[in-house]
Write a protein that binds this ligand. Sequence first.
Ligand SMILES: Cc1cc2nc3c(=O)[nH]c(=O)nc-3n(C[C@H](O)[C@H](O)[C@H](O)COP(=O)(O)O)c2cc1C
Length: 383
Amino acid sequence: MADLKVNFAGLELKNPLMLASATPGWDGKRLKDAGQAGFGTVISKTISPRDAWNTHPRNGRMVLYRVGNKPVGMINMELFTTQPREQWLEKELLIAREGGAEVCASILAMPDPEVTAELVEELQDTGLVDFFEMNASCPMPSKDVGMHIGKNAQSLYEQIKAVKSVAKLPVMVKFTPGVSDIVEVARAAVEGGVDAIAISNTVRSFAGVDIETGKPLLRGFGGYSGPAIRPITMALLAEVARSVDVPLSAVGGVSKWQDVVEYIMLGATTVQMVTSVMWKGSGIVQEILDGLAAFMDKKGYKSIEDFRGIALSSITTVEELCQEPPLKALIEQDLCTNCGTCHRVCFYEGIRWDENHTWVDQEKCDGCGLCVQWCPKKAIALK
Ligand SMILES: Cc1cc2nc3c(=O)[nH]c(=O)nc-3n(C[C@H](O)[C@H](O)[C@H](O)COP(=O)(O)O)c2cc1C
């Protein structure tokens, strides 16, 4: 029977799933509900001492990004908690604990690291928090917080040093994907003494333009989340996992148990999610946990550690790929319906097609594999 428990930066978690910091964690009641729905850990909406941004109600901050009619992502300019800090300290965290999950306080890295450290002390004194996630990663309109701290290795290092000098609880830092070299930032965080890294926050983005009025859909830059960002997050996670040795939490686009497995195979110990919870409700959590456990049983994995990071050693370099023997498309004629799709997507004239059949020109095939990806009948393989 699969054991979903994980040890994450010294914390014993009942499962690797975490509710990521966002709207479904805007107060204690919502965090409690998420805990009861099955999350091993719930992370609060980012608590920020900058009250001027914590306005309520807000004025239109989220736009779905669709391909055809299907939402594949979401752009938000939500900013931080709408709850006053005292409210978190006196009430919301207490309620959050009733859900039975570990409670993580997301705190905003402030321009002065000492102010960030004060916030940590204040929250840890309540005794209601199990660990911290320092948000140095939101794609902010302001130039002095969020990703503007996290994209600079030196300022991130100073933040972590300050926070770690007062923290008695583990501190995780949440990275922005908006960096040119994530490994440099990860090394700075580890040097600063961080206990874990969350990879990563939303991707800085623009929601689009209403072409009838010529006006932007959101009047500023926002954060892109949801299924569309997962390939970006996987690349960042894999790079960091191969470079530093601290526990990692993957965040970005999880909507099904297979996504969780992939992140674990790329080195994550825990996996966070939130946009899918906003779109489908908390019921999705138990579905994912059940799917994960069934997969582990089928594969004979007793614990998450049995398959954590197993994909990393197969990631290679372009130089090595170029040394390997070429492959060519091979069509299984029994499965082929002669639909012409592979012919249409081949720009090398490697796939030939007439009214009666489809075949490969071995001389011209580039071995790129696009026809394999598009074939609706799975009739093509690279051999
Ligand atoms: C509406 C919304 C608000 C968010 N607010 C925060 C926040 O306050 N602090 C934070 O660290 N991340 C915030 N995030 C980012 C999420 O925690 C997460 O990193 C991101 O959405 C990617 O995960 P997902 O694709 O599962 O949503 C927010 C995301 C959304 C969609």
